[in-house]
Design a protein around this ligand. Sequence first.
Ligand code: DQA
Length: 159
Amino acid sequence: MSSQDPSFQILVLHGPNLNLLGQREPNVYGSLTLTEINKRIEAQARTLQVKVSCFQSNHEGALVDAIQEAWGQYQGLLINPAAYTHTSVAMRDAIAAVKLPTVEVHLSNIHQREAFRHHSYIAPIALGQISGFGYYSYILGLQALVEHLRESKTPSPST
Ligand code: DQA
């Protein structure tokens, strides 16, 4: 990146029960706490020269508010909607409304798990979904999002 590139601001949202990471089903979700995962996301953001703000909530409305408030403040959204992936029309509508380029991530591979986890309300309006790489899903998601933002800013070569 050149020094003239903008420093993108990215909102990282974690959905319900992710505050319990480290203790919660470590065989499924790994042993890192959410604080440790956020530190790794922040380290990757420094490497990529972007800014991240991380927020977790167990409440659908608080997550909808955070998405709405991101409008005009952030250029991209990295989100693990957790259980709301499979239930929340409200979060999907909020993301569609603010039109923020969004990458959906999951620690576990939701497609290998119970059938009710196979459907995502968010995936059809996301740039893409990364699922199954533990905390590294967030790192891959951040890289993909930043690459997308930089590509979208790159003027097409004149012909
Ligand atoms: C999850 C997968 C969801 O199905 C589940 O409800 C979660 C976490 C994941 O990161 O693997 O809470 O989003």
